[in-house]
Design a protein around this ligand. Sequence first.
Ligand SMILES: Cc1cc2nc3c(=O)[nH]c(=O)nc-3n(C[C@H](O)[C@H](O)[C@H](O)COP(=O)(O)OP(=O)(O)OC[C@H]3O[C@@H](n4cnc5c(N)ncnc54)[C@H](O)[C@@H]3O)c2cc1C
Length: 586
Amino acid sequence: ALLTSPAQLSSSKKYDYIVVGAGPGGSPVASRLSEDPKVNVLLIEAGPSDQGVLDIQNPFLAGGLQGSPFDWNYTTTAQKGLNGHTVAYARGHVLGGSSSINLMVWTRGSRDDFNTYASVSGDSGWSWNSIQKYFLKAERFVPPTDGHDVTGQINLKIHGTNGPVNLTVANAVLPTDSHVIATTQELAEFPFNVDSNSGDPLGVGWILGAYGNGVRSSASSSYIDPFLSRKNLDVLVETTATKLVQTGTTKGLPAFRAVEVQQSSTSKNYTLHATKEIILSAGTINTPKILLLSGIGPASQLRSLGIKPLVDNSNVGQNLVDHPRLSNQFGVLNVSDDVTDTVLRNTTLFNELLGEWMNTNPHQGVFASSGANQIGWLRIPDSDPIWKTVKDPSSGPTSPHIEFLFSPGNVPNPGEVALPDTGNFFTISTVVVSPSSRGSVTLASKDPFVSPIIDPNFLNTTFDAYALNYAARASGRFVSAPNWKGFVTGQAGPFAEVDLTSDESINTWVREKTSTIWHPVGTARMGTCKDKKSVVGPDLRVKGVDGVRIVDASVLPNVPAAHPQAAVYVFSERAADLIKKGSCVC
Ligand SMILES: Cc1cc2nc3c(=O)[nH]c(=O)nc-3n(C[C@H](O)[C@H](O)[C@H](O)COP(=O)(O)OP(=O)(O)OC[C@H]3O[C@@H](n4cnc5c(N)ncnc54)[C@H](O)[C@@H]3O)c2cc1C
């Protein structure tokens, strides 16, 4: 059932598991555990239900969800590597978590990413080969709604066809599609890759998106909504978990099998009990926050805030790693080739296209797609001078260093107007996907309703800043391919001021304009049983504690060189199996 207040919980019902947070971490695990009708599961979500929200369902409107009531609306600290500017830090505050407000890109990561997870945790179950069955279990390929032949856009043999998450390739052709693909034939630096989800992502190809039949597929729509009628699955929204509560001691370890919840800072406080386990899935920012509020974390930091330390672990909230993004804008000659700005500037056209989406089943048209159809993954070549002084931070040769995301419109950087009055654009957003900078999440207060201090420490290393400089130059090379002649006019908008032959000019652009592509992970890092730098073991149980597992992006020891939701979904799928088996390895 879907409940909107803890007062609606039955006092006679005992929950085996309580899951906190309904994103790609929490939703699959709650859904899979409740497949057994004898197991009672309570899923608690701070945000509201996503049901009936057009902007969440419609793929084209995704960009407008940042800064909306479905966003926690965090801001980072002033970033030293970004000339002191702060960064708006979106996180989903709604059923489905960030998968309800994200840009739906579905990228599995590289085989080296997962093989590194296996080696740092000492558990081969997290390796690329072992995790494939969970990708297949999660995925369902849905043909595009315009009925086009997808040959050459995806390798269907490697994808699931029967899982809960709908995946598709573009439902509408964009004017830039043929140019991006033609560039892969013209410039050897940007080879074509038919499917970057094979474990070998390098190259440029078509985006696989987490939507189907023209509708977003989120952790909520795929794993929760269809199962709300299960009598043993209760989903409590608009309710914030404020801390874990110690309920006893097991073999000398403090056991936490209860969680305190509140609907607002002034409302009544409830303590909810689980007979088996509490599963924290509140995401990379809020999972460490809950641990710290519960007295699990660096003892001195906790004491300074007046929180009694119960488990001293200096790693909680550390090792925050995120992907820095810099969008580089180019001008296009024809107004209609800038699809996004043309639609957003013209209310009549906007309503016409939204009407087309609404009145077709399955949904058709530009509004049935996410507005970006291609993606590219590149490595800085071995011959580059950077490798004389810097160690390669990527997880291995199958992992890219940088990403290109191609959008037919203006994608703004901080301080820029989202929808300029004039100008027509094609943007290559560039991202450092194997960054070496590390930051942290710490508490600002022991009040659970105060935002934590978020410091991703962007561009704190020589490599990260260098990679964005390299990427900006590479974006210029990309549009210099012969096929763009007569289509692209050159650098445009604020990027027009940047001299791509001058390091000084590019570095100023990099430091002034970089922000995020919203992929933070790592603040409750997984490690081997003996690893003193981790928060959870390979079975995702919190070290030094009984009764608590973490299943979300915070456990990833490093960020995949990819958009991370697919990795989080498969971690959750495997976690459900580990929990069903009662896996307890450390
Ligand atoms: C704007 C944006 C765009 C993105 N684009 C992409 C993309 O295109 N592709 C991709 O792969 N990834 C993308 N991501 C990242 C991806 O969505 C996340 O990596 C993924 O959702 C992480 O899953 P999670 O379960 O760890 O956390 P989340 O999805 O953030 O879920 C955590 C949930 O816990 C809830 N919660 C937090 N604190 C509490 C509490 N105290 N009590 C109860 N509930 C709580 C939150 O409200 C939230 O619902 C994007 C993210 C954002 C924000």
